[in-house]
Design a protein. Structure first.
Length: 423
């Protein structure tokens, strides 16, 4: 259940088989990758760009306006990125740059932009004092960064101890998370945080009222605790009040809130220790939305479970599912991401890309403020194909009710784009 967070109501927070193809106009635009974390190397020599679309009530699109968008627009002043980190509850965005600094924009009511202020920014600014970042994550109103030396920094709201520094005091500047020295990745939920360590174990801190810390208790912690029983973890993801881990053997484990089946274990019972998601093997990437979850399999298909009231599971229904269901019509997918109540995927498969002379992005679920990017505000319970203006996609990310894609744009593709429905 989404908890009332500082300033969220005032910010205008919105609750969140056959592909429907909609061509949107081209624009001037825990990544979850099938082949592991993006290494910062572009797929081609095009022009790096980041595109955004959806709700923009507090500048979360980063385009220097407060205008919501049904189609993609460029994030101002950010081009090449090595990590892109809005989160499914976030009204702010983070981007790790190749020089290992972090740009942040959007909602800043409790300092989640990390610039020492509480002033919203519709254009990206620099997070103070971080020059060696490798990964970042955005919670509802807090932020995380993993550094080259394996330590973790956190900033923003700390009402539940989600900054992990042994206090419950918010900070508009980065503080050091206690006791972590080998972090490889980070993830942020509504009021909790996760870190994947170099030894394949997971640490968690913050709110634990639904067991989302996975330590066998429901007691919150303002310092990291170990998630029970997990080893060999390769990737992590955090939803509103649930958490996911992908193991090296291709299985997925989940813990925390499960009222709509977001743990995927065939029940609707919360669990404060990890439980195995039913029926999934060969998984290559995971993503967590507000109350739904996604998995990308090695065969290029996408599976989803949890809440489905807005069609965010993409199976052609609006029925919640406590076991994974296949997202309709998607094959050859290589990236997935989840927003609050919508989902995203992309493919660089030639059969898709040749039709549009660009990598394909697919979106489904809630579209009340244009977060599907297809030029409408109509929800869709099956994937729709959208144009982002990018010829390759390196990163996808979902925010509360907005979306991002990063990659390369090729001007020649836009000059010679075929018209029609892409068929």
């Amino acid at each position: 259940m989404r908890k009332m967070l500082p300033g969220r109501r005032a910010a205008g927070l919105l609750a969140g088989g056959v592909l429907a193809t909609v061509l949107a106009p081209p624009s001037a635009v825990t990544q979850a990758h099938a082949d592991g974390p993006f290494d910062g190397t572009p797929k081609n020599t095009g022009i790096p760009s980041v595109q955004s679309w959806g709700s923009n009530s507090v500048g979360q699109l980063g385009d220097a306006t407060l205008t919501s968008r049904q189609t993609a627009v460029a994030v101002a002043g950010v081009s090449a990125v090595t990590d892109l980190a809005p989160g499914p509850l976030a009204l702010h965005g983070l981007a790790v740059l190749p020089n290992h600094t972090i740009k942040a924009w959007g909602f800043n009511n409790v300092g989640q932009l990390g610039d020492g202020t509480s002033t919203n920014h519709p254009t990206p600014g620099t997070v103070a004092g971080i020059t060696t970042a490798t990964t970042a994550a955005a919670g509802a109103v807090h932020s995380l960064a993993g550094l080259k030396d394996g330590t973790v920094r956190a900033w923003g709201d700390n009402s539940s101890g989600q900054l992990g520094n042994g206090t419950n005091t918010p900070s508009s500047l980065p503080v050091t998370v206690t006791g972590i020295t080998t972090a490889k990745d980070v993830a942020a939920g509504q009021l909790h945080s996760l870190a994947l360590l170099g030894d394949g174990t997971v640490r968690a801190w913050g709110d634990n009222s639904d067991g989302q810390l996975g330590d066998g208790t429901n007691t919150g912690s303002n310092v990291p605790v170990q998630v029970t029983g997990l080893t060999g973890v390769k990737a992590i993801a955090a939803g509103e009040d649930h958490s996911l881990a992908l193991l090296g053997d291709g299985t997925v484990w989940a813990w925390g809130e499960n009222n709509v089946g977001q743990l995927g274990d065939g029940t609707n019972s919360n669990s404060n220790v990890p439980v195995q998601v039913t029926g999934l093997t060969g998984v290559k990437a995971i993503a967590a939305g507000e109350d739904h979850s996604l998995a990308l399999l090695g065969d290029g298909t996408v599976w989803a479970w949890g809440e489905n009231g807005d069609g965010q599971l993409g199976d052609g229904t609006n029925n919640d599912s406590n076991v994974p269901v296949q997202v309709s019509g998607l094959t050859d997918i290589d990236l997935i991401a989840a927003g609050g109540t919508h989902s995203l995927a992309s493919s660089n498969d030639g059969d898709y890309a040749a039709k549009r002379l660009e990598d394909m992005v697919f979106t489904w679920g809630n579209n009340g403020v244009g977060q599907l990017g297809n030029g409408t505000n109509a929800d869709s319970n099956v994937p729709v194909a959208i144009a982002t203006g990018l010829s390759t996609i390196s990163h996808l990310a979902g925010g509360d009710a907005h979306s991002f894609a990063a990659g390369d744009r090729d001007e020649d593709h836009h000059h010679h784009r075929p018209h029609g429905n892409g068929s």
